[in-house]
Design a protein around this ligand. Structure first.
Ligand SMILES: NC(=O)c1ccc[n+]([C@@H]2O[C@H](COP(=O)([O-])OP(=O)(O)OC[C@H]3O[C@@H](n4cnc5c(N)ncnc54)[C@H](O)[C@@H]3O)[C@@H](O)[C@H]2O)c1
Length: 418
């Protein structure tokens, strides 16, 4: 083996480099005519017919100009939207799958959501038709769509999009954390405001303006929520004395009934009997209200049975014909939905939208591939994870799927009682 300082190889014009692709020989020919003798003994042209190339250079050149194997037939080519066609968002979104990177994942997520909806619209197979309702009492369709979202989705404008899905009965089950429940009701009392990520915490604290990202929530909103929920809890405790058994999902439906406001997600969840699970319901303002209520009414407080709810969501997955999951964010909401799907050997359709990464071993960042290993996603499923912030993604995802197919949902719902 020579080094660059050792003698060079000599290559004649006849037994020169046998590389394909770009014509290496023509490059060497053009060098030859210049009769170059470069220092460092890397390449020396000794005559008009002989080129001396160091063997490392020859190897590098062969590797650089190696011909590719043929690409599999039908493999899409990379192409984005051409604005010479005008500003046409429908056409623009059609180019997502071939854009590359996370735009392609979003394109795949749109396809996966539409496949999930197609499956839900199909009739239940005859062999499965005997059981017409799910254990929660909801109509059993050919695909139970389970929606999960972190609290901040409801802090943001994604709340209106989620409300739309519940209003039109497009989803069959919701899982959220405490903030994702209470903030929907709080927004019925007072607005949330646009702020800035950089606002000073100390100054906001003085004003009792709570910050979530670049949104502001005046603390008065929490005061109104406390005042509203306390008497509802009093009534529920009285009903408990008469034998009522409460769970987090029943509490959320009750709150949805009491708010009686079509701007609310949970008003529609109650009206359309979409079960809403929140296994960590005490980790937020609802928990604060329950805490004070318990102090103020010793021995007279409400009891919430989380075991009954876990049975309901697991049974919901288990007795579904197929399931499809749309999970926005990670943590409890992601795991609660996927864990329920273990009991049916995995979900059939799966879309994640989150910013989590898996290098830290977190469940929040765990990929669909990891979920397959646990039996949370079926081997036949083509799961999609969009690595992105969900306020950017959800409006497009819903716009290109559920919203475009609203008439189909209306027709479907009119001949199926839920
Ligand atoms: N508004 C609020 O965020 C709020 C309010 C009250 C209480 N809480 C409580 O805080 C606790 C933690 O909140 P959580 O479990 O809802 O989730 P979280 O805010 O802790 O987020 C969990 C993971 O989801 C992903 N994620 C979050 N937001 C995302 C986004 N916009 N786009 C893409 N991915 C995103 C990230 O990977 C994140 O690590 C809960 O118990 C909740 O009740 C939150």
């Amino acid at each position: 083996m020579g080094t660059l300082s050792q003698p060079i190889n000599e290559i004649s014009q006849d037994n020169g480099l046998h590389v394909s692709g770009r014509d290496a020989r023509s490059e060497l020919d053009s060098s030859r005519s210049r009769d170059v003798n470069r220092s460092g003994n890397k390449t020396i042209i000794t005559s008009r017919n002989h080129v001396h190339v160091h063997h490392l250079v020859r190897g590098a050149l062969e590797q650089a100009l190696k011909e590719s194997d043929p690409v599999e037939d039908g493999t899409p080519t990379v192409a984005g939207y051409d604005f010479n066609q005008g500003v046409n968002y429908t056409k623009l979104f059609q180019t997502l799958p071939t854009m590359g990177f996370q735009a392609s994942h979003l394109g795949q997520a749109i396809e996966a959501m539409n496949a999930m909806i197609d499956c839900r619209m199909k009739p239940v197979p005859a062999a499965e038709a005997e059981q017409t309702t799910l254990p929660c009492g909801r109509r059993r369709t050919n695909c139970t769509i389970m929606l999960g979202y972190t609290s901040n989705m409801v802090s943001s404008g994604n709340r209106e999009i989620i409300r739309y899905l519940a209003q039109h009965n497009m989803i069959d089950c919701i899982v959220s954390t405490a903030g994702g429940i209470e903030e929907d009701f709080m927004k019925c009392f007072s607005s949330f405001y646009m702020g800035d990520f950089k606002l000073k915490g100390a100054e906001l604290f003085e004003k009792s303006h709570n910050r979530t990202g670049n949104l502001l929530v005046p603390n008065t909103t929490y005061c109104k929520f406390h005042s509203w929920l306390n008497p509802i809890l009093d009534t529920m405790v009285e009903e408990q004395k008469q034998g009522a058994e409460w769970t987090p999902s029943k509490l959320i439906w009750r709150m949805g009934k009491e708010i009686n406001n079509p701007e609310s997600i949970y008003y529609w969840a109650y009206k359309n009997q979409i079960p809403v699970f929140s296994p960590a319901i005490t980790d937020g303002a609802i928990g604060d209200v329950l805490f004070f209520h318990r102090h103020l009414h010793p021995g007279n407080s409400i009891k919430l049975d989380i075991v009954a709810d876990v049975q309901t969501i697991n049974d919901l997955a288990l007795f579904s014909v197929n399931t499809g999951v749309l999970i926005l964010g990670g943590g409890v909401i992601k795991h609660h939905i996927l864990n329920a799907n273990i009991f049916r050997y995995g979900t059939d359709y799966c879309v994640y939208v989150n910013t989590g990464n898996e290098f830290d071993g977190s469940d929040a960042g765990a990929s669909p591939e990891e979920a397959i290993s646990w039996g949370k996603i079926k081997l036949t499923c083509k799961p999609v994870k969009v690595y992105a912030e969900a306020t950017v993604i959800l409006p497009i995802l819903v716009g290109e799927t559920f919203a475009k197919r609203q008439a189909e949902f209306t027709a479907f719902n009119s001949c199926h009682s839920f």
